[in-house]
Design a protein around this ligand. Structure first.
Ligand code: TEU
Length: 524
C-alpha cells in the first residue's frame, strides 16, 4: 500500500458485534479471544480496521449499550488481558481497533448512578439529570416517557433510551473529566479510535424546555428534537476529545449523529472536532439507483463545501441487513450489486460482520425477542435482534459459532450459507467481496479519485466514473433482473477491469448487460 494511505479514510472498516462473532469460551456469547482467533480470516478478507460494539461489563438491558464499567471487559467476553492480546495480534496484521464509546448514558447498575440515587447530597448527586417532578414532554427513543421515578432518591431521572440507561449530566465538570479519563484509559492501552454512540445528545437544554410537536407515528417521532439534543456546548466537548486524541498519532473518532442531517455533519466535523460522522442514507435506501445517488450527491456537495471525507454505511447492528432488505430469496445477485457500489465509493466503506457472506436476518417468535424496542412495539417493530444473529462459520453445530446454545438463534440457512463453503465457491459473495476489496486497494483511483455521475443514466442502471488524473474507472451496476443495453461514454477506449462473466479485453461502444451485472471498465 502507498505511503500516503490513511487507514481510517482510505481503508475498509469492519464492524463486529462481539457477542455474535465467535465464542471460544463456549458460554453461548462471542468473546474477545474469539475475535483474535479469526484475525487471519479478517486479514485475508482485507479489512483495515475493526469497530467493536461494546464488550464492557453490562447487565444487558440494551445488550452492551448499557455499561456498568467503561474501563473493563465483561467476564463473559473475556478480560483486559484478552483485549490487549486482541489489540496486539490485530496490530501485527496491520488491523486497527476502534472502540464503541457510549458516553451519553450508563447502566443504572453503574457505581456512578448507584451513588447518585442515594440522596440529593452525596458527592455524585449532580452526575445525572434529576428533577422533583416531570419537567417536560420529552420521550424516550424506545418508548414511554424519558423521565422515571427513582424510589430511593424520590426524584425523577432522565433517560433518552430505556429506563435502565440514565443519561449522565455532561454539564457537571467532574462528569466531563471522568468521561475524558475513559478516553485516555483506552488510548493509553493503544486503541486506534472511537465510535461515539449518540454523541450529539450529550447535552440537553439547560432550561429543559418542551420540544415542539410535529406529526409522527411513535410518540418520540411526534416531536421536533430541538431541546433534548444538539446543544451548542457539544462542540467544545468534541474539541477537547480531539485535542486528547491528537496527543497520539493517527487516531480517529467517528460520531454516530442521532438523526444525522447535512447541517449536523458540517457542524460536528472538522480539523478540531470529529474526523467523520456517519450518514445512514445508504442504510435506509430502497433498491433504486436514484435513492443511492441522492446520498452520493449529498456527500459530494458537502465535500465540495468542506474538507469532510464521505463515509458509507451499508448496515449495522441497529438495522436489517442489506441482503434481507433487498432480496426475498437466498439469491445474492442484489447483495453483490450493493456490495460493489459500497466498495467503489469515494468514501470510507463500513462493512458489518456477516454481510460478506450475505447473511440474512433471523426472524423470531414474539417470545424469543430480546431487544427492548422489539418487546415494546411488536409486531409493528420487531426490534433489532434480526441482524445480530451468530456469525455463520461452517456447517457444524451452531454454525461453528459456539459449542453451546447461542444467545440468539443461528439462521436456519447456515448449512448452505457459511464462510467455509463460500471460501471454496468461486462465485460466492464472499469471494466477490474479497476480490473487490483487493481491487480497491490495488487501484488508488477507486479510493480517492473523483466520482463523476453522468447527468442521464439508463433506467435501472447505475454508472459512474472514478477519475484520478488521466485514469478513469467506469463502474456499471445493473439494478435490474433483465438484460439492459448501455452505451459507453465516448472519447475513451475502455477495457475490462472487473467482471464475473468471462468478459475480457476491450469493451464495445455498446454493451448488453446481464441481469444484475457488475462491470468495471478502465480507460487505456
Ligand atoms: O443507537 C442510537 C439510535 O439511533 C438507535 O437507537 C436507533 O434509533 C434505533 O436503533 C432504531 O432502530 C445507538 C446504538 O447504535 C444502539 O444500538 C443503542 O441501542 C443506542 O445508541 C443506545 O445506546
Amino acid at each position: 500500500m502507498k505511503k500516503d494511505f490513511l487507514w481510517w479514510r482510505d481503508g475498509i472498516i469492519y464492524q463486529i458485534y462481539p457477542r455474535s462473532f465467535n465464542d471460544i469460551n463456549n458460554n453461548g456469547l462471542g468473546d474477545l479471544a474469539g475475535i483474535t482467533a479469526r484475525l487471519d480470516y479478517l486479514a485475508d478478507l482485507g479489512v483495515d480496521a475493526l469497530w467493536l460494539s461494546p464488550f464492557y461489563p453490562t447487565p444487558d438491558a440494551d445488550f452492551g449499550y448499557d455499561i456498568s464499567n467503561h474501563i473493563d471487559v465483561d467476564p463473559r467476553f473475556g478480560s483486559l488481558q484478552d483485549f490487549d492480546d486482541l489489540l496486539h495480534a490485530s496490530h501485527e496484521r496491520g488491523i486497527r481497533i476502534i472502540l464503541d464509546l457510549v458516553l451519553n448514558h450508563v447502566s443504572n447498575q453503574h457505581p456512578w448512578f448507584q451513588q447518585s440515587r442515594v440522596d440529593s447530597s452525596n458527592p455524585k448527586e449532580d452526575w445525572f439529570i434529576w428533577q422533583d417532578s416531570i419537567p417536560n414532554n420529552w420521550e424516550s427513543v424506545f418508548g414511554g416517557k424519558a423521565w422515571t421515578y427513582d424510589e430511593k432518591r424520590e426524584q425523577y431521572y432522565y433517560h433518552m433510551f430505556v429506563k435502565e440507561q440514565p443519561d449522565v449530566n455532561w454539564r457537571n465538570p467532574e462528569v466531563r473529566k471522568a468521561q475524558m479519563d475513559v478516553l485516555r484509559f483506552w488510548l493509553e492501552r493503544g486503541v486506534d479510535g472511537f465510535r461515539l454512540d449518540v454523541f450529539n445528545v450529550y447535552f440537553k437544554d439547560k432550561e429543559l424546555r418542551n420540544n415542539p410537536k410535529k406529526w409522527g407515528r411513535r410518540a418520540f417521532e411526534r416531536q421536533h428534537h430541538i431541546y433534548d439534543g444538539d446543544q451548542p456546548e457539544m462542540e467544545s466537548v468534541l474539541k477537547e476529545m480531539r485535542s486528547i486524541m491528537n496527543e497520539y498519532p493517527d487516531r480517529y473518532v467517528v460520531g454516530e449523529t442521532f438523526f444525522a442531517t447535512r447541517e449536523k455533519i458540517i457542524r460536528y466535523n472538522g480539523a478540531d472536532k470529529l474526523n467523520a460522522a456517519f450518514d445512514f442514507e445508504f442504510l435506509w435506501s430502497k433498491f433504486k439507483p436514484k435513492k443511492f445517488l441522492k446520498a452520493i450527491e449529498n456527500w459530494e456537495s458537502l465535500a465540495e463545501e468542506t474538507q469532510i471525507f464521505p463515509n458509507y454505511v451499508l448496515s449495522n447492528h441497529d438495522s436489517p441487513r442489506p441482503a434481507t432488505r433487498y432480496s426475498k430469496s437466498e439469491d445474492d445477485d442484489r447483495a453483490k450489486v450493493i456490495m460493489a457500489m459500497l466498495l467503489t465509493m469515494r468514501g470510507t466503506p463500513f462493512l458489518y460482520y456477516g454481510d460478506e457472506i450475505g447473511m440474512r436476518d433471523i426472524s423470531l417468535k414474539r417470545s424469543e425477542i430480546m431487544d427492548p424496542p422489539g418487546i415494546k412495539y411488536w409486531p409493528f417493530n420487531k426490534g433489532r435482534d434480526g441482524c445480530r444473529s451468530p456469525m455463520q462459520w461452517d456447517d457444524s453445530v451452531n454454525a461453528g459459532f459456539s459449542k453451546e446454545k447461542p444467545w440468539l438463534p443461528v439462521h436456519s440457512n447456515y448449512e448452505q450459507r457459511n464462510v467455509a463453503l463460500q471460501e471454496k465457491d468461486e462465485d460466492s459473495i464472499f469471494n466477490f467481496t474479497r476480490d473487490l476489496i483487493a481491487l480497491r486497494k490495488a487501484n488508488k483511483t477507486l479510493i480517492s479519485g473523483k466520482i463523476i455521475i453522468p447527468s442521464k443514466m439508463p433506467y435501472k442502471i447505475m454508472s459512474y466514473i472514478r477519475e484520478d488524473g488521466d485514469e478513469k474507472i467506469l463502474v456499471i451496476l445493473n439494478f435490474s433482473n433483465r438484460k439492459r443495453k448501455i452505451d459507453l461514454p465516448v472519447g475513451e477506449s475502455w477495457h475490462i477491469l472487473f467482471s464475473k462473466h468471462e468478459r475480457e479485453g476491450k469493451a464495445e461502444k455498446e454493451m448488453m448487460l446481464l441481469p444484475y451485472e457488475v462491470l468495471f471498465l478502465k480507460n487505456s
